[in-house]
Design a protein around this ligand. Structure first.
Ligand code: NDP
Ligand code: 2IT
Length: 444
């Protein structure tokens, strides 16, 4: 018998004031309960108690000089969660909301995600409460240089390989890589998401959103359906959302929304490739608010709201954790949504997930459907180690195969009659691999 309630209480007691982390743990233990009971070795070896405790957490202050010449301080964390299959691997987030709870939930999710890819990567996550919005390139550069000056002591291609996440894209990875190289005097694959001229992988940037859409395609195939002609609602407009929109366009789906923290745009005549190029430039270069899109293309701008009331076949939450709550889920179900493909990490609240499961909606958790990004990071790492560069077609083909394999694992472990519980499938498949590897390595 595995008493999940008692276990969650135990984790809560050890980690007070970490609601996001507890939420992530609770979701996992609830969904693997039966599996753990059927396989007593995991309880005998205390795997769950071990898996919820990060191997190491590094915290430090990051001083920087702002554009007014004042010294500012930010907090910085790197949670090196578990090293059972390779170097710690996971993104860096710059957002004012960043705290230890958020990074621990992200690191914990990363365990199951990286495990599902079957690539040799372990799990970590880092970030800072630094807010890159409205900062000059020079200030962002000084911040990146200051924090890499400390971080470089803790990372190395065979130890810990960070990448991007919210607020950290190509610009930041470039500055971080430059500072690492300067201090360590080595040109290595210590970060992923690098530019193409600096050992980056072809289609690395696109792979993010592409992977999600490949996964959604697989989900639709289980219903003998496809993306063609489907109306898609996307939230977010960053790294991930941009390429999810792009792949939907390639596959003849009609994306009608995108959002940022100021609100969302509703484009009844769909986001075309040309409009998407404008959106990319808006978000990656000029870095303005999404309303500019509405003004330019005559779309609607709905301030301070999420795009949940828009009728759609497919919803792709691509912004942030807990962005989709019970009310949103009920609205989506009422409007006949067919698929929810999470891209963000943990964007749906537990109550929202319950609504989707009860209505037997195809619902995939971020740790399965967004694994395309970290998988392509894994491919970039292997290219760097081998000093080779794969073609875009080869990387894309590998990505498609990885997403198919992840989907197959979810189906294998998540089938409940005619319905696939993707959360259960992803958690059991991810947990089994990690837990077995930990047992094989003894006291880790
Ligand atoms: P970006 O910073 O590029 O974009 C994030 C988007 O979400 C922006 O549109 C941002 O709006 C919006 N957003 C962020 N926080 C909030 C908030 N609190 N409320 C409303 N909107 C918000 O990040 P990514 O696209 O890289 O990341 C998006 C999601 O995908 C995250 O959950 C991340 O963990 C996940 N992910 C990212 C990967 C990566 O490597 N980049 C890989 C796998 C998953 P605004 O600009 O106004 O803040
Ligand atoms: O959430 C994630 O998977 C990421 N932010 C990307 C991690 C990575 O190392 O590529």
């Amino acid at each position: 018998m595995f008493d999940t309630k008692a276990f969650v209480q135990y984790v809560q007691k050890k980690n007070p004031n970490e609601p996001e982390f507890i939420q992530a743990v609770e979701e996992v233990v609830d969904s693997i309960k039966e599996f753990v009971e059927q396989n007593p070795q995991y309880q005998k070896e205390n795997i769950l108690e071990r898996i919820v405790e990060p191997e190491r957490t590094i915290m430090f202050r990051v001083p920087r000089v702002d554009d007014e010449g004042k010294i500012q301080i930010n907090k910085w964390y790197r949670v090196q969660f578990n090293s059972a299959i390779g170097p710690y691997k996971g993104g860096l987030r710059f957002h004012p909301s960043v705290n230890l709870s958020i990074l621990k939930f992200l690191g914990f999710e990363q365990i199951f995600k990286n495990s599902l890819t079957w690539l040799p990567m372990w799990w970590g996550k880092g970030g800072s409460d630094f807010d890159p919005h409205n900062k000059s390139d020079a200030e962002v550069m000084r911040f990146c240089q200051s924090f890499m000056t400390e971080l470089q002591r803790h990372i190395w291609p065979n130890t810990d390989v960070p990448a991007g996440d919210i607020g950290v894209g190509g610009r930041e990875i470039g500055y971080l890589f430059g500072q690492y190289k300067k201090i360590r005097n080595e040109f290595t694959g210590v970060l992923t998401g690098k530019g193409l001229n600096r050992w980056g992988s072809l289609i690395r940037t696109e792979a993010t959103g592409y992977g999600l859409v490949y996964f959604v395609q697989e989900m639709l195939v289980t219903k003998k359906d496809s993306l063609k002609g489907k109306t898609v609602v996307v939230s977010g407009s960053g790294n991930v959302a941009q390429y999810a929109i792009e792949k939907c366009i390639h596959l003849w789906a009609k994306v009608v929304t995108a959002s940022d923290s100021s609100g969302y745009i509703y484009d009844e005549s769909w986001i075309t490739q040309e409009k998407l190029e404008f959106l990319k430039d808006l978000k990656n270069n000029t870095r303005w608010r999404i309303k500019e899109y509405a003004d330019k293309f005559g779309a609607k701008f709905i301030e301070n709201k999420k795009p949940r009331e828009v009728k759609c076949d497919i919803a792709l939450p691509c912004a942030t954790q807990n962005e989709l709550d019970k009310n949103d889920a009920e609205l989506l179900v009422k409007n006949w949504v067919i698929v929810i493909g999470e891209w963000a990490n943990m964007p749906s609240t537990p109550e929202a997930i319950e609504v989707f499961h009860n209505a037997k909606i195809l619902f995939s958790p971020g740790k399965a459907s967004n694994a395309g990004w970290v998988a392509t990071s894994g491919l970039e790492m292997s290219q760097n180690s081998l000093r080779l560069s794969r073609t875009a077609e080869e990387v894309d083909q590998r990505l498609q195969n990885i997403m198919k394999t992840i989907h197959a694992q979810c189906v294998q472990y998540g089938k409940e009659g005619d319905y696939v519980n993707y959360i259960k499938g992803a958690n059991i498949a991810g947990f089994k691999k990690v837990a077995d590897a930990m047992i094989q390595q003894g006291l880790v």
